[in-house]
Design a protein around this ligand. Structure first.
Ligand code: BGP
Length: 473
């Protein structure tokens, strides 16, 4: 029996801000990524809610400015994706290439022409573009002038932006995702909400605006072309209790429903779940809504659920617990049964199968794994040969679990785009040395290198996986 359905979308994923470079070319405006300093302290700097929105090149480096210069290398890179046999390529469009300030009414034609060219190049090789509309690259002006998504005005700017994208690309791009990892807004993530100095209530308010914007995108997209498939996208981290103590089971449930389900519940089930309403009431959070918001959310639900999966998490009810899993997105404590990546992300392939079944059985709509992968330090020899068996091992084990989820559990999974199919700048740490790619890019954390591309060992391995539709892994 075949492990994967015919037409399964094998591919890879990237985001504009982490790889395009050309940050000030083609009329592009600055985005939140452009003022985010590179290096291990990035997260700390950005989580200081009042960090400066002005660039300071005397103090920081800005690796996103150069990315891997996909802006000038896209033909070469897409040819390499085609050589691996990609069926799909998940990319994002940088909002500020299309609307440099975010609040204009007329788009920047030069920015659109760049994406015309990228899309044409993909279609030349029969690679299906899968486009994230907003992936950590909100125009900076929208932070400065409106404090990002805390302001309802952003719904209108986003609407203008998506109308342009759907109008222009509806005959060439079928699959869309609205907001990347929308559930990171729960932590007030600067990348997601494009807002500074927010309270928890403001985070939820900003997310409400995004939910409305996302439903509007579904409405507009389907009106423009009923065949468009518009998905939501969130992080999913399979959640365990540390043991069978009932209190720990409850702690796991409470964590998981907010982190893993809340955003999906709203965007897929079309309503705020009761547990969220109770939480808001207990915390005195009152969301400002306009008439029609809830109807819109209820009526225009997403067509599919895309998610990123890198790790599972483990929870305890014990507030004094030590031994925290610092690297994991959703916190929790260390799982004694799992090894972690060099960045402390706990690797759990079976957790992916659990997650796929969990999500499919909860929502019953098609699933797409938009991100998965191992960030690791690659050590090329003098000829740039990179034996990344650790990466192959990681992906192999996750693909096996995907196959079981499809075969044994009956999950409807239609695509898999491992993260950073070509090395790029890390989102959380702004490093180049945290590499995910099948393709090595010769640039270091300071942007030094000749930017040349080299195929890693995993390149040929993934090519065979795709060619055999997941039979040879
Ligand atoms: C996800 C983001 C991506 C990406 C990935 C890997 O959270 O959607 O943009 O970067 O994680 O994370 P990192 O780059 O921090 O290793």
């Amino acid at each position: 029996m075949k492990k994967f359905p015919d037409n399964f979308l094998w591919g890879g994923a990237t985001a504009a801000n982490q790889m395009e470079g050309g940050y000030n070319l083609g009329g592009k405006g600055l985005t939140i990524a452009d003022i985010s300093p590179g290096g291990k302290n990035r997260k700390k700097i950005l989580s200081n809610q009042e960090f400066s929105l002005e660039m300071d090149k005397s103090k920081y480096t800005y690796p996103n400015h150069q990315g891997i210069d996909f802006y000038h290398h896209y033909k070469e890179d897409i040819a390499l994706f085609a050589e691996m046999g990609f069926k799909a390529y998940r990319m994002s469009i940088s909002w500020a290439r299309i609307f440099p300030e975010g609040d204009e009414s007329t788009p920047n034609e030069e920015g659109l022409v760049f994406y015309d060219n990228v899309i044409a190049e993909l279609l030349k090789y029969d690679i299906e573009p899968v486009i994230t509309i907003s992936h950590y690259e909100t125009p900076l002006n929208l932070v400065k002038k409106y404090n990002g998504w805390t302001n309802r005005a952003l719904i209108g700017f986003f609407e203008t932006y998506v109308r342009v994208l759907f109008g222009r690309y509806q005959d060439r791009v079928k699959y869309w995702m609205t907001f990347n990892e929308i559930n990171t807004g729960l932590f007030g993530s600067f990348f997601t909400l494009a807002a500074q100095n927010t309270t928890e209530a403001e985070n939820f308010q900003a997310m409400h605006h995004q939910f409305v914007a996302s439903s509007l995108a579904v409405k507009i997209g389907h009106e423009i072309n009923k065949d468009l498939q518009i998905g939501c996208m969130s992080i999913y981290a399979t959640a365990y209790a540390i043991d069978s103590l009932p209190e720990n089971g409850l702690a796991r449930l409470e964590k998981s429903r907010m982190l893993n389900y809340f955003c999906n519940d709203v965007q897929i089930r079309g309503a705020y779940p009761n547990y969220a309403k109770k939480y808001f009431a207990a915390k005195g959070i009152e969301l400002a809504m306009e008439p029609g918001d809830l109807e819109l959310i209820s009526k225009y639900r997403v067509d599919y659920l895309a998610f990123s999966y890198y790790m599972s998490t483990t929870h305890t009810a014990d507030p004094t617990a030590v031994n925290m899993a610092e690297g994991n997105f959703f916190g929790g404590i260390k799982n004694p049964f799992l090894a972690a990546s060099e960045w402390g992300w706990e690797v759990d392939p079976i957790g992916l199968r659990i997650g796929l079944t969990d999500l499919y059985e909860r929502y019953g709509i098609p699933l797409f794994i938009a991100e998965n992968g191992l960030g690791a330090i690659d050590k090329p020899d003098k000829n740039f040969v990179i034996e990344d068996d650790y990466r192959i091992d990681y992906l192999q084990k996750h693909i096996e679990q995907m196959a079981d989820a499809i075969q044994i559990d009956g999950v409807e999974l239609f695509g898999y785009t491992p993260w950073g199919c070509i090395d790029l700048v890390s989102a959380s740490t702004g490093e180049m040395s945290k590499r995910y790619g099948f393709i090595y890019v010769d640039l270091d954390d300071d942007g030094v290198g000749d930017c040349k591309r080299y195929k890693k060992k995993s390149f040929a391995w993934y090519r065979d996986v795709i060619a055999s539709n997941g039979e040879n892994i």
